[in-house]
Design a protein around this ligand. Sequence first.
Ligand code: ADP
Ligand code: MG
Length: 559
Amino acid sequence: MAKKQFKAESKRLLEMMINSIYTHREIFLRELISNASDAIDKIYYKALSDEQMVFDKDNYYIKVKPDKANRTLTISDTGIGMTKEELENNLGVIAKSGSLAFKKENEVKDGHEIIGQFGVGFYSAFMVAESVTVISRALGSNEAYKWESKGADGYTVEPCEKETVGTDIILKIKENTEDDQYDEYLEEYRLRAIIKKYSDFIRYPIRMDVTGSRLKEGSENEYEEYQEEQTINSMVPIWKKNKSELTPEDYANFYTEKRYGFDKPLKHIHLSVEGTISYNAILFIPENIPYDFYSAEYEKGLELYSSGVLIMNKCPDLLPDYFSFVKGMVDSEDLSLNISREMLQHDRQLKLIAKNIKNKIKNQLQSMLKEEREKYEQFYKQFGRQLKYGVYSEYGSHKEELQDLLMFYSSKEKKLVTLDEYVSAMPEEQKYIYYASGESIERIEKLPQTELVAEKGYEILYFTEDIDEFAVKMLMSYKEKEFRSVSSGDLGIETEDNKEQEDSLDEADKELFEHMEKLLAGKVKKVRVSKRLRSHPVCLSTDGEVTIEMEKILKSMPN
Ligand code: ADP
Ligand code: MG
C-alpha cells in the first residue's frame, strides 16, 4: 500500500512551535542578532582559510535601526550573506539550519562560536512582525535577492539591488492590539535594553542611531535633538578576560552592573574550565544576606549564557539549595541556544557544569576557612544557617560534603570553632561532642545542665539557632564521635560510683520523690537525685533522642 503523507496546518504549527519554544517575545531580537553574528563569524572563518581574503574587524558590525513612521525594524549585518538557494533552503525550510550545515561542511572545531543549529530562531521574528523581508548578497556574488514572507503562508524570492555583501532583515512590526503591545519594539530605549540584556557580549559591535539632546549652538537654554551612532554592546565579556588582567574592583563593578545585589561581593570565583565540557563562570558570595533571601520571592540561580548570549536569567539547576546565596553567571559554548527551560533541566551538559560548580564553591569556602578565617566567619554569620539546612535537608544526603564547613560557638574558646577543631581538642577520655541549646549564648551559660560537663573541663558547643540541633541529629557523629546534648540523661561521664550513690539516695527519699511526681504529674516522668548539679538546686533532663529544646521547636511547628 502506498504511504500517505501527514498533512499539517503549517501556519498553526509554526505558531505553536514559536510559542512553545520562546517564553518572551522580546527574544526575537536576540535570535536575529545571533544569526547576524553567526554570519560574520562565517566570513571570518572563510578568511582564516583563504589567504586572498583579509578580515579587518572594523568592517564587521551589526546595525539595528527602528523606523517609527514606517513601523519597520531593520537588523543589518556585514556577514557572509545568502545566495538565492540559501535563502530558499535556510529560510524556506523550517528547522533547517544553514549554520549547522556550515559547521559540518567546514569541519568547524569544537569551541568555534557559531551559535545557530536548530533552524528555528529566524521564525521568532513572526512573533512581532506581520511580514519579514530579507535582502541579502552573498560573499563572492554580484547579485542580491529579496526574500519576503508573511509567515507560514509561503514566501517569494526575487532579484534586487544591494551594494555590499551582507544581509538586511526588515521586520514590519505588528500593530498594537487590545491585548498585545508591539510599539515598544520601535523604541530606542527599549531596543537598547533588550540588546544589553541578551546580546551584550556578542563579539561584534551592535550599532544603533541614538537620539540625544544638546544645547543649540550659541544658545544658553535652547536644546536641539541630534542623532549619533553608538555601539550598544560591551563585546568582550569580563569572564572571557584573563584573571591576571582583572582587579577586585573589576569584579565588584560587574557585580553592581549586573545588579546581583546592593552590597559588595565578599568573594568572587572566576572559573575557566576546559575539558569534556568547557565553560567560563564568575560566581560571587555576597557580603550580606539579600533582603528577600528568606522570603518566597527569592529565586536562586545563575545567569546562563551560550557563547555570550543570555539564555536564562536565573537557571536554578546550576545551584544546590544550600548554596542558593551564590550569585553570578555561566557561559558555555557546549550548550545550545534555543533550548527551552524544560529541555534544559535534562541537559546532561548542564548537570555536569552544575556538579563542577558546586565543588568549586565548596573548595573556595574551605580555603577561605583555612586562609581567611575572619572573612569566613563573616560569611558564616550571614549564610551558615543555609549550610546547616543543607546538612539536614534531603535526608542528610549532603552531610559529608558540608560538615567541615560548619561552625558553632565554643564554651571554651568563646568564639566559633569547626567540628574538626572541637574533636582535635578533645581529651582522650572524652566520649562525646557535647552541645547545649538555648536562645542565646548568655542563656546557655546559665543552664544548670552545662555545669557537670564544664567542670570536667570539656568544651560545649552552644546551639542558638533552631536548625542547629536538627543538623547534628542528621550528622549523628563527626569523626566517630557522637553528639550528645548536655541535657541528655546519659552524659557518659557519671562513674559507676556516682550511679550507685544516686540510686541509694533515691531510695532514702523515695516518699518525697513520689509525692513530687504526683504534684508534677503530666509535666515530668520521674523525680530523682542527680549528682551532676553544682550550683543549681534542680534541672530538667531527658532520656530519649529528643532534647528539651527540640521538643519546644517541634511543638511550635504547625502540623
Ligand atoms: P539557526 O540559527 O539555529 O541555524 P535560524 O532559524 O536562526 O536557525 O536561521 C536559519 C539559517 O538561516 C541559519 O542557519 C543561516 O544559515 C541562515 N541565516 C539566518 N540569518 C542569516 C543572516 N543574517 N546572514 C546569513 N545567513 C543567515
Ligand atoms: Mg539562529
